[in-house]
Design a protein around this ligand. Structure first.
Ligand SMILES: C[S@@+](CC[C@H](N)C(=O)[O-])C[C@H]1O[C@@H](n2cnc3c(N)ncnc32)[C@H](O)[C@@H]1O
Length: 259
């Protein structure tokens, strides 16, 4: 799906061009308005940052990475190390800060939750558009965030790469304690309430056909465990068989322990 870059306020987005060039992500075609008939996506640059919309639906609130959002603050304030993702990642028992590799970073929400709880998080994202949104969110958060937010963001490092390539070139000293996978699943027919951001992502990001391969590679690289997020309730028949599962909100986490 074609993505155009719209810079209506003529803001300085040299950082974005540098980011795309450094990561070998090519150039996005730039336009002042949305060309008639464009049915793809529009990455809109404004003074408030980057956001993504479907060209046919520009009125709906756009998707952006906002580490200062009230909803995210609420999630952090109400989350505990003893449930959901933090528990699945082993934060309930960890004595020292963990290094987590979030191999499917997306909008960085899960990564930020773990970083806010003290983890050092390496984020991998293979979509240039998602990586650009993430880079923008990290950049703005580091400028405008309070001390706690900035400290969490400073524990996050983004790499715009394919996870399978990253796993192949990992040196022993770079191996993380935990590898977290939250892949794209095919849209579920029964699930009418897919969140707006996920619905947009499903329009241009393919479902992961490589989940088994990702799990298998991740299990060879993680020092302690691999955590796989899956939709719906805990799945007792899951294959490959996890060591245990942790329920979450409208999802669950399958945990594979490493020796
Ligand atoms: C469901 S989203 C992750 C959402 C994320 N957990 C969050 O909190 O925002 C999956 C993301 O993983 C990325 N992705 C999928 N397969 C990947 C791979 N093999 N390597 C790197 N990124 C991948 C997709 O582009 C997408 O942005």
């Amino acid at each position: 799906m074609q993505v155009i870059l719209q810079n209506c306020d003529a803001v300085d987005i040299s950082w974005l061009h540098d980011f795309l060039a450094i990561h070998g992500l090519g150039e996005l075609p730039e336009s002042k308005g949305v060309p008639v008939g464009h049915e793809g996506l529009v990455l809109v640059a404004t003074k408030g940052g980057l956001s993504l919309s479907a060209a046919t639906d520009l009125q709906t609130s756009p998707t952006r990475v906002d580490f200062l959002a009230g909803s995210l603050r609420h999630r952090l304030a109400t989350s505990s190390r003893h449930e959901g993702l933090p528990k699945a990642a082993g934060l309930d028992k960890a004595r020292e800060p963990l290094h987590v590799l979030d191999a499917t970073a997306g909008l960085g929400i899960d990564a930020f939750q773990l970083a806010a709880m003290g983890c050092h998080v390496t984020l991998l994202e293979n979509s240039p558009v998602m990586a650009a949104l993430l880079a923008d969110g990290l950049r703005r958060g580091r400028i405008a965030g309070g001390a706690d937010t900035r400290a969490a963001l400073d524990r996050m490092a983004l790499h715009a790469v394919e996870a399978r390539d990253w796993f192949m070139q990992l040196r022993d000293e770079q191996r993380p304690d935990v590898i977290y996978l939250d892949p794209m699943f095919p849209p579920r027919q029964k699930s009418a309430k897919v969140k707006k951001d996920m619905a947009l992502m499903q329009r241009f990001l393919p479902p992961n056909e490589d989940i088994d391969e990702l799990i298998s590679q991740a299990r060879q690289q993680a020092r302690k465990r691999v955590v796989l997020k899956r939709p719906g309730k805990v799945d007792r028949k899951a294959l490959p068989k996890p060591d245990f599962q942790v329920p979450g909100k409208a999802c669950h986490f399958q945990v594979f322990l490493c020796n």
